[in-house]
Design a protein around this ligand. Structure first.
Ligand code: C2E
Ligand code: MG
Ligand code: MG
Length: 485
C-alpha cells in the first residue's frame, strides 16, 4: 500500500539460432535507500550541519539567482544583504565549552529564523556569522525594522544547560544594486558595514556607504604599509617638554611617535596607533619606541641634566609577560636607573583583566618605574582602580585644560582631580596647555607639571636639547632664589 522508488531492468531472452526475443527478463530494484542518500547529500551540500540553516555555497547560488534580471521585466530587483555577527559568543565558547557554544548557536539560529520572512534566505556563513538575504524590500525602513528586530531577539538572554547567557549582535547591510552587483562585493561591503557597526559599540547596525569604503581602504593601506614602516626606517620619535609648574623648569619629556610613510606622507599617531593595536604591530613598534626613548634620555642625562625623566606611552597590548624583563634589560643596557622612565598607560588597561595587569604594574613600580594615567577623565566613570593599582601620576586630559580658566565645569574638574590625586599621594600633569592664563591657573591650583604648545610643540631630539639649554639659562635666577628659601 505504499509508493516506493524502483529501477526496472529489462533483458531480452533469445534462443540459440533465433533472431527475435522469445521472452523478457524483467527485474525490479528498490532504490529507496539510494534516493534517500542522494537527497541527504543534496541537503548536506546546501546546509550548515550544526544549525540546519543554509550554508555559504547555497547562499551564493541563491543570490546569483536573485541578481539575474527577472525575465523581461525592466523593474530591477531590490535585494539586501544583512551580515550578522554575534557579540560575546567567543567568550561563552571559550569559557563554557564547545558543547554549550553549539547549543547556543542553534538557539540563535532559531531566533533569527523567527525574524526572517519565508521568501528570504537565512544562512550561517562562519562560526558566529549569519547572513540574511532579503529578496525584495520596499523601503530601507523595512530593513531597519528587520535589523532592530534581530537585535532585540538576540538581546533576550539564552538559557542553555541550566545557564543564562547574554549575547548581542552587530549588523552590516549592503544593497543590490547600489553597493555592488556581484556576490563577493555585496558580502564584503555588508561585512565592512558590520565591522564599522561593531567599532561604534556593539549591538548596532549600519548601512554600507561609499565613505565607509574610503575609510576602510585607507585603513587597509595603513595596515599594509605599517608592517614595513619599522624596517624601512619610517618611524621616528619627537619629544615634548614636561615642565614643573612652580619653577617653570623642564623636568622631562614625553616621547611621541611619528610616521612618515613614503606612500601616504605623514600619518598621525591618532590614526595609525589604533591600527597597530588591532593588528598586534604595536608590540614590536612599542618595543622600538621604548628602546629609543631610553637611549635618548640616557644621553640627555649625561649631557643636559642628570634627573630628566622620559615618559613613554604604553599600549594595553604591550602589557604582557616579558614586559618587566624587557624594561629591566633596556634600562641596564642604557645605563640608567628606573627613575628615568615613566610609563603612560590608559584607563582602558586598568579595566582589563587585573590578574594579569596588576602583578606587572606592581613589579614595574617596585623596580622604581613611575606609572602615569594618560588622558585621565576621558575613559571610565569608575575610579575604584585608583586604589587597586600602583599609580604615581595622573595626566589631566587636554579637553579639560582647554576650558580653563573660564569654564566652570573645567575648573571644577581640574581642581577636583588635583585634590584627589594629592590626597592619594599622586602627582598631576596637565596636558595641552596653550595659554599663559591656563598655565597660571594650573600653577595656582597646585597642578604639579604641565605640558603643551605654550612651552613647546613636540620636537626632534636636537631641538629639545637646545630648548632645554636656553630655558635653563633663562630661569636660572628664580630657581636659585627658590633654592635659597
Ligand atoms: P597622548 O599620549 O595624550 O599625547 C599627547 C598628544 O597631545 C600628542 O599628540 C601631542 O602632540 C598633543 N599635544 C601636546 N600639546 C598640545 C597642545 O598644547 N594642544 C594640542 N591641541 N595638542 C597638544 P600626538 O603626538 O598626535 O599623539 C597622539 C596620541 O597618539 C598620543 O596621545 C598617544 O595616545 C598616541 N601615541 C603617540 N606616540 C605613541 C607611542 O609611542 N606609543 C603608543 N602606544 N601611543 C602613542
Ligand atoms: Mg601620552
Ligand atoms: Mg594624553
Amino acid at each position: 500500500g505504499e509508493t516506493i522508488w524502483i529501477t526496472v531492468n529489462v533483458v531480452p531472452i533469445t534462443k540459440p539460432g533465433e533472431h527475435e526475443a522469445g521472452s523478457l527478463l524483467i527485474s525490479f530494484t528498490d532504490i529507496g535507500p539510494v534516493r534517500k542518500a542522494q537527497q541527504q547529500l543534496k541537503y548536506l551540500a546546501t546546509r550548515d550541519s550544526l544549525t540546519g540553516l543554509y550554508n555559504r555555497a547555497y547562499l551564493a547560488d541563491r543570490m546569483r539567482d536573485l541578481f539575474e534580471p527577472a525575465g523581461l521585466s525592466t523593474e530591477l530587483a531590490r535585494v539586501a544583504v544583512l551580515f550578522v555577527d554575534l557579540d560575546g559568543f567567543k567568550k561563552v565558547n571559550d569559557t563554557a565549552g564547545h558543547e554549550a557554544g553549539d547549543a547556543l548557536l542553534c538557539s540563535v539560529a532559531r531566533r533569527l529564523a523567527s525574524c526572517v520572512d519565508k521568501k528570504d534566505t537565512l544562512a550561517r556563513v562562519g562560526g558566529d556569522e549569519f547572513v540574511i538575504v532579503v529578496s525584495r524590500y520596499d523601503t530601507t525602513g523595512d530593513l531597519v525594522a528587520l535589523a532592530r528586530g534581530i537585535l532585540e531577539a538576540v538581546a533576550v538572554p539564552f538559557a542553555v544547560a541550566g545557564n543564562e547567557y547574554y549575547l548581542g549582535a552587530s549588523i552590516g547591510i549592503s544593497l543590490f544594486p547600489e553597493d555592488g552587483q556581484d556576490v563577493p562585493t555585496l558580502m564584503r561591503n555588508a561585512d565592512s558595514a558590520m565591522y564599522s557597526a561593531k567599532q561604534r559599540g556593539r549591538n548596532n547596525f549600519e548601512f554600507f556607504t561609499a565613505d565607509l569604503n574610503k575609510h576602510l581602504q585607507r585603513r587597509f593601506a595603513i595596515e599594509q604599509l605599517l608592517r614595513r614602516a619599522l624596517a624601512a626606517g619610517e618611524l621616528s620619535l619627537v619629544y615634548q617638554p614636561i615642565v614643573d609648574s612652580r619653577r617653570g623648569r623642564t623636568v622631562g619629556a614625553e616621547a611621541l611617535l611619528r610616521w612618515y610613510s613614503r606612500e601616504l606622507g605623514d600619518v598621525s599617531p591618532v590614526e595609525f596607533i589604533p591600527v597597530a593595536e588591532d593588528t598586534g604591530l604595536i608590540v614590536p613598534i612599542g618595543n622600538w619606541v621604548l628602546e629609543h626613548a631610553c637611549e635618548q634620555v640616557a644621553q640627555w642625562r649625561r649631557t643636559l641634566a642628570p634627573d630628566l625623566v622620559i615618559a613613554v606611552n604604553l599600549s594595553p597590548r604591550q602589557v604582557s609577560e616579558g614586559l618587566v624583563e624587557r624594561i629591566e634589560r633596556c634600562l641596564a643596557r642604557c645605563g640608567i636607573g628606573a627613575d628615568a622612565l615613566e610609563l603612560e598607560i590608559t584607563e582602558r588597561l586598568l579595566m582589563n583583566d587585573s590578574d594579569i595587569v596588576l602583578p606587572i604594574l606592581s613589579a614595574l613600580s617596585n623596580m622604581g618605574v613611575r606609572i602615569s594615567v594618560d588622558d585621565f577623565g576621558t575613559g571610565y566613570s569608575s575610579l575604584s582602580y585608583l586604589k587597586r593599582f600602583p599609580l604615581h601620576n595622573l595626566k589631566i586630559d587636554r579637553s579639560f585644560v582647554a576650558g580653563l580658566p573660564d569654564h566652570r565645569d573645567s575648573i571644577a574638574i581640574t581642581q577636583a582631580v588635583v585634590a584627589m590625586a594629592h590626597s592619594l599621594g599622586m602627582n598631576v600633569t596637565a596636558e595641552g596647555v596653550e595659554t599663559p592664563a591656563q598655565a597660571s591657573f594650573l600653577r595656582a591650583i597646585e597642578c604639579d607639571k604641565q605640558q603643551g604648545y605654550l612651552f613647546s610643540r613636540p620636537v626632534a631630539a636636537s631641538a629639545y636639547a637646545r630648548g632645554l639649554q636656553e630655558s635653563s639659562q633663562a630661569v636660572q635666577e628664580p630657581a636659585a632664589l627658590r633654592q635659597a628659601d
